[in-house]
Design a protein around this ligand. Structure first.
Ligand SMILES: C[S@@+](CC[C@H](N)C(=O)[O-])C[C@H]1O[C@@H](n2cnc3c(N)ncnc32)[C@H](O)[C@@H]1O
Length: 295
């Protein structure tokens, strides 16, 4: 079990300074990534020592300066302690992933969500992962289910390179098909109406790319796993807020659908949550097909 950072530092930092320390951190392979603020920066060495003293396998500590940013969803990282490196091998759910944490998106906090999807995949399904990164979702699904094919798109050439390497490493060659490019282009050109299931793990662009997800689905319909970020006060439900904007969008696109499930995947900040909706699409009509031409 990972201990919270403030607990680890409670005997090292004055209580008034503990509050400026982010409580959570990521362990990716043998690299620890800790989010530092201007106020907590001066304690970076103490933080590194505390983390490395409880996680004996950690060889490197990197500081994350600021939020994940840009189209490739990257972290701005600075070396703090241990070996100066950003490339690492991470193990999750019986799979092995090589990753450059400075050049590709990777979060170890999605493991339960990845397994939740795996459990739903039926024999012979075709999956389109629109924002596949290193291929974690797709490779874990290919390893633990009888998926027929998982087309896995990413626009970041470095993530694509690692995805290809990870496909080879995990022995899922031919099942997971890495594709480099913008999901709209790739699906429009090569993957229209192929999928039983579409994954959209890019909350920042999910609503914009919803018509493309529909285009990827077979004409007989299928499932879309839609991820989004939403703010909500204590008395509001982030799931309901996401649901209402997605429902409105789907009505506009003339889609016959049911939201089968909505849940919070994780909390990413004060009152800010990552939400997933599982949307069963039964059919979609003329308005959507008209949209296909202008994707
Ligand atoms: C939040 S990450 C998710 C990565 C992966 N699914 C995972 O769980 O580790 C989103 C990914 O989408 C990619 N991306 C961003 N815009 C894209 C686009 N228009 N088409 C395809 N991929 C895109 C980024 O490069 C990034 O790797």
């Amino acid at each position: 079990m990972k201990k919270r950072l403030r607990e680890l530092l409670s005997e090292v930092l004055p209580p008034e300074d503990l509050a400026c320390v982010y409580n959570s951190y990521d362990i990716i392979g043998d690299i620890a990534v800790v989010r530092l603020t201007p106020a907590s920066e001066k304690y970076s060495r103490a933080i590194a020592e505390a983390v490395m003293s409880v996680h004996k396998n950690v060889k490197t500590m990197l500081a994350q300066k600021g939020p994940v940013h840009g189209d490739f969803r990257l972290r701005r990282l600075e070396w703090v302690a241990g070996e100066n490196k950003t490339i690492v091998v991470h193990k999750e759910c019986g799979c092995t992933f090589s990753v450059d944490v400075a050049e590709c998106y990777f979060s170890p906090r999605l493991m339960h969500e990845r397994m939740r999807i795996v459990e739903q995949v039926r024999h012979g399904e075709v999956l389109v992962n629109m924002f596949a990164g290193l291929g974690c979702f797709s490779i874990i699904i290919a390893k633990h289910s009888n998926v027929f094919r998982a087309y896995s798109i990413d626009v970041n050439p470095v993530a694509f390179r690692f995805m290809r390497e990870n496909v080879r490493k995990n022995g899922v060659y031919g099942k997971v098909i890495p594709l480099l490019g913008d999901a709209k282009q790739v699906i429009g050109n090569r993957l229209a109406h192929v999928a039983d299931r579409v994954l959209m793990p890019l909350p920042e662009k999910a609503l914009e790319y919803l018509p493309t997800a529909l285009l990827a689905l077979k004409k007989s319909g299928g499932l879309i796993h839609y991820y989004d970020f939403e703010y909500a006060n204590k008395n509001e439900s982030p799931v309901e807020r996401v649901k209402s904007k997605v429902v409105e969008r789907l009505y506009h696109l003339d889609v016959d659908f049911v939201v089968q499930l909505g849940r919070i995947v994780r909390t990413t900040g004060p009152n800010r949550h990552q939400v997933v909706l599982d949307i069963r699409v039964n059919s979609y009509g003329q308005k959507h097909f008209a949209h296909e031409n202008v994707l």
